[in-house]
Design a binder for this molecule. Structure first.
Ligand SMILES: C[S@@+](CC[C@H](N)C(=O)[O-])C[C@H]1O[C@@H](n2cnc3c(N)ncnc32)[C@H](O)[C@@H]1O
Length: 347
Protein backbone atom coordinates (compact mmCIF):
# COMPACT_ATOMS: atom_id res chain seq x y z
CA UNK A 1 0.00 0.00 0.00
CA UNK A 2 1.33 3.41 -0.92
CA UNK A 3 2.94 5.19 2.01
CA UNK A 4 0.97 8.41 1.48
CA UNK A 5 -2.34 6.53 1.53
CA UNK A 6 -1.43 5.20 4.95
CA UNK A 7 -0.47 8.67 6.12
CA UNK A 8 -3.73 10.10 4.84
CA UNK A 9 -5.54 7.38 6.73
CA UNK A 10 -3.59 8.27 9.88
CA UNK A 11 -4.49 11.94 9.55
CA UNK A 12 -8.16 11.01 9.16
CA UNK A 13 -8.20 8.79 12.23
CA UNK A 14 -6.65 11.28 14.64
CA UNK A 15 -10.00 12.31 16.03
CA UNK A 16 -11.19 8.71 16.18
CA UNK A 17 -8.66 7.05 18.44
CA UNK A 18 -10.57 6.19 21.60
CA UNK A 19 -10.37 2.71 22.97
CA UNK A 20 -13.30 1.15 24.76
CA UNK A 21 -12.66 -0.29 28.22
CA UNK A 22 -13.26 -3.89 29.26
CA UNK A 23 -15.67 -2.94 32.08
CA UNK A 24 -17.93 -0.97 29.74
CA UNK A 25 -17.90 -3.74 27.15
CA UNK A 26 -18.71 -6.43 29.72
CA UNK A 27 -21.50 -4.39 31.25
CA UNK A 28 -23.27 -3.86 27.91
CA UNK A 29 -22.59 -7.06 26.01
CA UNK A 30 -23.76 -9.27 28.86
CA UNK A 31 -27.32 -8.37 27.83
CA UNK A 32 -26.90 -9.80 24.34
CA UNK A 33 -25.47 -13.27 24.84
CA UNK A 34 -28.50 -15.02 23.38
CA UNK A 35 -27.79 -13.14 20.14
CA UNK A 36 -24.11 -14.09 20.08
CA UNK A 37 -24.52 -17.78 20.77
CA UNK A 38 -23.11 -19.88 17.89
CA UNK A 39 -22.74 -16.81 15.65
CA UNK A 40 -20.07 -15.23 13.44
CA UNK A 41 -18.95 -12.02 15.11
CA UNK A 42 -17.16 -9.22 13.32
CA UNK A 43 -15.21 -6.38 14.94
CA UNK A 44 -14.30 -4.30 11.91
CA UNK A 45 -12.60 -1.29 13.52
CA UNK A 46 -10.40 -3.29 15.84
CA UNK A 47 -6.78 -4.19 16.12
CA UNK A 48 -7.10 -7.70 17.56
CA UNK A 49 -4.08 -7.18 19.81
CA UNK A 50 -5.44 -3.98 21.26
CA UNK A 51 -9.22 -4.19 21.04
CA UNK A 52 -11.08 -5.18 24.18
CA UNK A 53 -13.98 -6.17 21.96
CA UNK A 54 -11.86 -8.80 20.29
CA UNK A 55 -10.57 -9.92 23.69
CA UNK A 56 -14.11 -10.09 25.06
CA UNK A 57 -15.20 -12.50 22.34
CA UNK A 58 -11.92 -14.42 22.14
CA UNK A 59 -11.99 -15.20 25.87
CA UNK A 60 -15.61 -16.37 25.62
CA UNK A 61 -15.22 -17.99 22.21
CA UNK A 62 -15.79 -21.57 23.25
CA UNK A 63 -17.51 -21.12 26.58
CA UNK A 64 -20.05 -19.77 27.02
CA UNK A 65 -20.70 -18.39 23.53
CA UNK A 66 -19.65 -21.30 21.30
CA UNK A 67 -18.95 -18.83 18.50
CA UNK A 68 -18.73 -20.05 14.93
CA UNK A 69 -16.21 -17.36 13.99
CA UNK A 70 -14.57 -14.23 15.34
CA UNK A 71 -13.08 -11.77 12.87
CA UNK A 72 -11.31 -8.46 13.49
CA UNK A 73 -9.85 -6.03 10.99
CA UNK A 74 -7.65 -3.09 11.83
CA UNK A 75 -7.09 0.12 9.98
CA UNK A 76 -3.85 1.27 8.39
CA UNK A 77 -4.11 4.68 10.00
CA UNK A 78 -4.38 3.39 13.54
CA UNK A 79 -1.37 4.58 15.56
CA UNK A 80 -1.65 1.54 17.80
CA UNK A 81 -1.77 -1.11 15.08
CA UNK A 82 0.79 -3.81 15.75
CA UNK A 83 2.42 -2.09 18.68
CA UNK A 84 1.82 -5.10 20.84
CA UNK A 85 3.64 -7.60 18.72
CA UNK A 86 5.55 -7.68 15.46
CA UNK A 87 3.72 -9.98 13.12
CA UNK A 88 5.09 -9.46 9.71
CA UNK A 89 8.77 -9.32 8.92
CA UNK A 90 8.53 -6.20 6.83
CA UNK A 91 6.74 -4.16 9.51
CA UNK A 92 7.39 -0.48 9.24
CA UNK A 93 6.98 2.10 11.99
CA UNK A 94 3.43 3.31 12.74
CA UNK A 95 1.44 4.62 11.01
CA UNK A 96 2.64 2.85 7.85
CA UNK A 97 1.98 -0.60 9.18
CA UNK A 98 0.18 -3.33 7.36
CA UNK A 99 -3.53 -3.57 8.14
CA UNK A 100 -4.57 -7.12 8.83
CA UNK A 101 -7.45 -9.45 9.45
CA UNK A 102 -7.60 -11.91 12.34
CA UNK A 103 -9.99 -14.84 12.08
CA UNK A 104 -10.61 -17.43 14.77
CA UNK A 105 -12.77 -20.44 14.09
CA UNK A 106 -11.87 -22.29 17.26
CA UNK A 107 -10.17 -21.46 20.50
CA UNK A 108 -8.75 -23.92 23.00
CA UNK A 109 -5.69 -24.27 25.18
CA UNK A 110 -3.33 -24.08 22.20
CA UNK A 111 -0.30 -23.07 24.25
CA UNK A 112 -0.86 -25.85 26.79
CA UNK A 113 -0.76 -23.62 29.90
CA UNK A 114 -3.87 -25.22 31.36
CA UNK A 115 -6.33 -22.46 30.51
CA UNK A 116 -7.96 -20.91 27.48
CA UNK A 117 -7.46 -17.17 27.26
CA UNK A 118 -6.19 -14.32 25.11
CA UNK A 119 -2.73 -15.91 24.98
CA UNK A 120 -4.26 -18.80 23.06
CA UNK A 121 -5.85 -16.34 20.63
CA UNK A 122 -2.42 -14.77 20.10
CA UNK A 123 -0.89 -18.23 19.75
CA UNK A 124 -3.50 -19.08 17.12
CA UNK A 125 -2.84 -15.90 15.17
CA UNK A 126 0.88 -16.56 15.13
CA UNK A 127 0.75 -20.27 14.41
CA UNK A 128 -2.45 -21.29 12.65
CA UNK A 129 -2.27 -20.71 8.89
CA UNK A 130 -4.85 -18.12 7.84
CA UNK A 131 -5.69 -16.99 11.37
CA UNK A 132 -3.86 -13.75 10.68
CA UNK A 133 -3.46 -12.36 7.19
CA UNK A 134 -2.61 -9.07 5.64
CA UNK A 135 -5.41 -7.11 4.05
CA UNK A 136 -4.97 -5.99 0.47
CA UNK A 137 -6.13 -2.44 1.15
CA UNK A 138 -6.06 -0.09 4.14
CA UNK A 139 -8.66 -1.90 6.26
CA UNK A 140 -11.32 0.75 5.72
CA UNK A 141 -14.64 -0.81 6.77
CA UNK A 142 -16.06 0.36 3.42
CA UNK A 143 -13.42 -1.36 1.29
CA UNK A 144 -14.57 -4.32 -0.84
CA UNK A 145 -12.60 -6.91 1.17
CA UNK A 146 -13.98 -5.57 4.48
CA UNK A 147 -17.50 -5.45 3.07
CA UNK A 148 -17.08 -9.09 2.09
CA UNK A 149 -16.30 -9.87 5.72
CA UNK A 150 -19.31 -7.84 6.75
CA UNK A 151 -21.55 -9.84 4.46
CA UNK A 152 -20.30 -13.04 6.01
CA UNK A 153 -20.84 -11.90 9.63
CA UNK A 154 -23.97 -12.46 11.72
CA UNK A 155 -23.39 -9.72 14.29
CA UNK A 156 -21.10 -6.68 14.18
CA UNK A 157 -19.80 -5.37 17.48
CA UNK A 158 -17.40 -2.45 17.78
CA UNK A 159 -16.83 1.19 18.53
CA UNK A 160 -16.57 2.65 15.01
CA UNK A 161 -14.73 5.90 14.23
CA UNK A 162 -16.72 8.79 15.67
CA UNK A 163 -16.25 10.85 12.53
CA UNK A 164 -17.71 8.15 10.28
CA UNK A 165 -20.69 7.02 12.36
CA UNK A 166 -23.27 7.99 9.75
CA UNK A 167 -21.51 6.08 7.02
CA UNK A 168 -20.89 3.17 9.31
CA UNK A 169 -24.57 2.85 10.21
CA UNK A 170 -25.64 3.31 6.59
CA UNK A 171 -23.42 0.38 5.63
CA UNK A 172 -24.86 -1.84 8.37
CA UNK A 173 -28.35 -0.98 7.13
CA UNK A 174 -27.43 -1.60 3.50
CA UNK A 175 -26.26 -5.10 4.36
CA UNK A 176 -29.07 -5.70 6.83
CA UNK A 177 -26.68 -6.55 9.65
CA UNK A 178 -27.35 -7.11 13.31
CA UNK A 179 -25.16 -4.91 15.48
CA UNK A 180 -24.20 -3.51 18.87
CA UNK A 181 -21.98 -0.45 18.50
CA UNK A 182 -20.82 2.55 20.47
CA UNK A 183 -21.92 5.91 19.11
CA UNK A 184 -22.68 9.51 19.87
CA UNK A 185 -26.10 10.14 21.46
CA UNK A 186 -26.56 13.21 19.27
CA UNK A 187 -26.65 10.97 16.21
CA UNK A 188 -30.35 10.36 16.93
CA UNK A 189 -31.05 13.91 15.85
CA UNK A 190 -29.49 13.38 12.42
CA UNK A 191 -31.86 13.36 9.47
CA UNK A 192 -30.60 9.99 8.29
CA UNK A 193 -30.46 8.28 11.72
CA UNK A 194 -33.71 9.50 13.28
CA UNK A 195 -35.91 7.68 10.71
CA UNK A 196 -34.18 4.43 11.68
CA UNK A 197 -35.44 4.94 15.24
CA UNK A 198 -38.85 5.83 13.92
CA UNK A 199 -38.99 2.70 11.76
CA UNK A 200 -37.75 0.53 14.64
CA UNK A 201 -34.65 -0.48 12.74
CA UNK A 202 -32.31 0.70 15.46
CA UNK A 203 -32.57 1.67 19.14
CA UNK A 204 -30.55 2.48 22.23
CA UNK A 205 -28.79 -0.26 24.15
CA UNK A 206 -28.40 -0.09 27.92
CA UNK A 207 -25.72 2.58 28.06
CA UNK A 208 -22.62 3.49 30.01
CA UNK A 209 -22.70 3.49 33.79
CA UNK A 210 -24.01 6.83 35.01
CA UNK A 211 -23.84 8.03 31.40
CA UNK A 212 -20.04 8.23 31.64
CA UNK A 213 -18.04 6.51 28.92
CA UNK A 214 -14.30 6.34 29.53
CA UNK A 215 -11.79 5.63 26.78
CA UNK A 216 -8.05 5.27 26.62
CA UNK A 217 -6.17 7.27 23.99
CA UNK A 218 -2.91 6.58 22.15
CA UNK A 219 0.07 7.20 24.41
CA UNK A 220 1.58 9.66 21.92
CA UNK A 221 -1.45 11.89 22.08
CA UNK A 222 -1.48 15.11 24.12
CA UNK A 223 -4.17 14.53 26.78
CA UNK A 224 -4.37 18.21 27.74
CA UNK A 225 -6.71 18.82 24.81
CA UNK A 226 -9.40 16.83 26.62
CA UNK A 227 -11.43 18.61 29.28
CA UNK A 228 -12.22 15.38 31.04
CA UNK A 229 -8.90 13.57 31.04
CA UNK A 230 -7.98 11.77 34.24
CA UNK A 231 -4.23 11.68 34.77
CA UNK A 232 -4.45 8.83 37.26
CA UNK A 233 -6.46 6.46 35.07
CA UNK A 234 -5.20 7.80 31.74
CA UNK A 235 -8.80 7.78 30.50
CA UNK A 236 -10.89 10.44 28.77
CA UNK A 237 -14.49 10.78 29.89
CA UNK A 238 -17.38 11.50 27.53
CA UNK A 239 -20.95 12.18 28.57
CA UNK A 240 -22.41 11.88 25.06
CA UNK A 241 -21.67 8.26 24.21
CA UNK A 242 -24.17 5.48 24.04
CA UNK A 243 -24.75 2.02 22.60
CA UNK A 244 -26.84 1.53 19.49
CA UNK A 245 -28.26 -1.81 18.50
CA UNK A 246 -30.95 -3.58 16.51
CA UNK A 247 -30.88 -6.70 18.68
CA UNK A 248 -33.88 -7.40 20.85
CA UNK A 249 -33.24 -6.51 24.50
CA UNK A 250 -35.54 -6.57 27.52
CA UNK A 251 -35.13 -2.85 28.10
CA UNK A 252 -36.96 -2.18 24.87
CA UNK A 253 -40.08 -3.93 26.16
CA UNK A 254 -40.21 -2.09 29.47
CA UNK A 255 -43.08 0.37 29.61
CA UNK A 256 -42.70 3.88 30.94
CA UNK A 257 -44.90 4.09 34.01
CA UNK A 258 -47.46 6.86 33.40
CA UNK A 259 -49.22 8.47 36.32
CA UNK A 260 -49.99 12.09 35.28
CA UNK A 261 -53.45 13.11 34.02
CA UNK A 262 -53.97 15.38 31.08
CA UNK A 263 -54.77 18.98 32.03
CA UNK A 264 -55.02 21.54 29.20
CA UNK A 265 -53.66 24.20 31.54
CA UNK A 266 -50.47 22.25 32.08
CA UNK A 267 -49.78 20.94 28.59
CA UNK A 268 -49.59 23.78 26.04
CA UNK A 269 -50.42 23.21 22.38
CA UNK A 270 -47.76 23.85 19.77
CA UNK A 271 -48.19 26.83 17.45
CA UNK A 272 -46.87 24.92 14.46
CA UNK A 273 -48.04 21.36 15.04
CA UNK A 274 -51.21 19.67 16.17
CA UNK A 275 -49.81 18.31 19.41
CA UNK A 276 -49.30 19.17 23.05
CA UNK A 277 -45.92 19.61 24.64
CA UNK A 278 -44.80 17.35 27.47
CA UNK A 279 -41.54 18.79 28.70
CA UNK A 280 -40.47 15.79 30.81
CA UNK A 281 -40.81 12.14 29.81
CA UNK A 282 -42.13 11.29 33.28
CA UNK A 283 -44.95 13.80 32.76
CA UNK A 284 -46.46 11.99 29.75
CA UNK A 285 -50.17 11.83 30.63
CA UNK A 286 -51.69 8.37 30.91
CA UNK A 287 -55.07 9.49 29.53
CA UNK A 288 -54.10 11.41 26.40
CA UNK A 289 -54.24 9.56 23.11
CA UNK A 290 -53.29 12.39 20.78
CA UNK A 291 -49.88 13.48 19.58
CA UNK A 292 -47.39 14.83 22.15
CA UNK A 293 -44.00 16.49 21.73
CA UNK A 294 -41.58 14.87 24.17
CA UNK A 295 -37.89 15.53 24.82
CA UNK A 296 -35.64 13.53 22.56
CA UNK A 297 -34.29 11.72 25.65
CA UNK A 298 -37.57 9.78 25.38
CA UNK A 299 -35.85 7.63 22.77
CA UNK A 300 -33.70 6.13 25.54
CA UNK A 301 -36.89 4.66 27.02
CA UNK A 302 -38.90 4.15 23.86
CA UNK A 303 -40.95 0.98 23.81
CA UNK A 304 -42.63 0.58 20.40
CA UNK A 305 -45.49 -1.41 21.94
CA UNK A 306 -46.34 1.55 24.14
CA UNK A 307 -45.79 4.48 21.76
CA UNK A 308 -45.13 5.28 18.17
CA UNK A 309 -42.98 8.07 16.83
CA UNK A 310 -45.11 10.18 14.55
CA UNK A 311 -42.67 12.42 12.71
CA UNK A 312 -39.19 13.87 12.59
CA UNK A 313 -38.69 16.51 15.29
CA UNK A 314 -40.22 19.37 13.29
CA UNK A 315 -43.54 21.20 13.07
CA UNK A 316 -45.82 21.40 10.02
CA UNK A 317 -43.76 24.37 8.82
CA UNK A 318 -40.54 22.36 8.88
CA UNK A 319 -39.30 24.35 11.90
CA UNK A 320 -38.69 23.29 15.50
CA UNK A 321 -41.80 22.54 17.56
CA UNK A 322 -42.70 25.75 19.41
CA UNK A 323 -45.53 27.10 21.53
CA UNK A 324 -46.49 30.36 23.16
CA UNK A 325 -48.45 30.13 26.37
CA UNK A 326 -49.33 33.12 28.53
CA UNK A 327 -46.76 35.08 26.54
CA UNK A 328 -44.06 32.57 27.38
CA UNK A 329 -42.45 30.57 24.59
CA UNK A 330 -41.33 26.98 24.74
CA UNK A 331 -40.44 23.91 22.75
CA UNK A 332 -37.33 23.71 20.66
CA UNK A 333 -35.22 21.55 18.48
CA UNK A 334 -35.09 18.58 20.81
CA UNK A 335 -38.74 17.59 20.90
CA UNK A 336 -40.17 14.59 19.11
CA UNK A 337 -43.87 14.01 18.28
CA UNK A 338 -45.12 10.66 19.61
CA UNK A 339 -48.48 9.12 20.40
CA UNK A 340 -49.68 6.02 22.24
CA UNK A 341 -49.47 3.00 19.97
CA UNK A 342 -53.10 2.64 18.80
CA UNK A 343 -52.71 -1.13 18.45
CA UNK A 344 -51.72 -1.69 22.05
CA UNK A 345 -53.07 1.43 23.79
CA UNK A 346 -55.61 -0.47 25.83
CA UNK A 347 -53.08 -3.03 27.03
C1 LIG B 1 -13.28 4.93 18.36
S1 LIG B 1 -11.89 3.94 17.88
C2 LIG B 1 -12.34 2.41 18.60
C3 LIG B 1 -11.31 1.35 18.51
C4 LIG B 1 -11.77 0.00 19.04
N1 LIG B 1 -12.90 -0.47 18.24
C5 LIG B 1 -12.19 0.12 20.48
O1 LIG B 1 -13.37 0.28 20.72
O2 LIG B 1 -11.35 0.10 21.36
C6 LIG B 1 -12.24 3.73 16.17
C7 LIG B 1 -11.20 2.93 15.44
O3 LIG B 1 -11.55 2.86 14.07
C8 LIG B 1 -10.39 3.01 13.28
N2 LIG B 1 -10.81 3.61 12.01
C9 LIG B 1 -10.80 4.89 11.63
N3 LIG B 1 -11.25 5.02 10.38
C10 LIG B 1 -11.55 3.78 9.97
C11 LIG B 1 -12.06 3.26 8.75
N4 LIG B 1 -12.36 4.05 7.74
N5 LIG B 1 -12.24 1.92 8.66
C12 LIG B 1 -11.96 1.10 9.69
N6 LIG B 1 -11.48 1.54 10.87
C13 LIG B 1 -11.28 2.87 11.00
C14 LIG B 1 -9.49 3.93 14.07
O4 LIG B 1 -8.15 3.72 13.71
C15 LIG B 1 -9.82 3.53 15.50
O5 LIG B 1 -8.92 2.59 15.99
Amino acid sequence: MAKNRALQAAARTQQDEFYTQTGDIERELGYYWEHFYGKKILCNCDDPFESKFFEYFATRFHLPLRLAKLTATCYAGSPIAQQQISLFEEDTPAPMRTPYCATLTELRDFNGDGRTDMNDAIWAMKNIPGALRKLKGDGDFRSPECVELLEDADVVVTNPPFSLLREYIALLMRYNKKFVIVGNINAVTYKDIFPLFMQNRMWFGYGFMGGNARFSIPSAEDPSKYKDYNHETGLVKFRNCCWFTNLEIKKRREKIFLYRRYDPAKYPKYDNYDAIEVSRVDDIPCDYDGVMGVPITFLQRYNPEQFEIVAFRKGSDGKDLVYTYNDVGGGGQNYVPIRPNPNTAAA
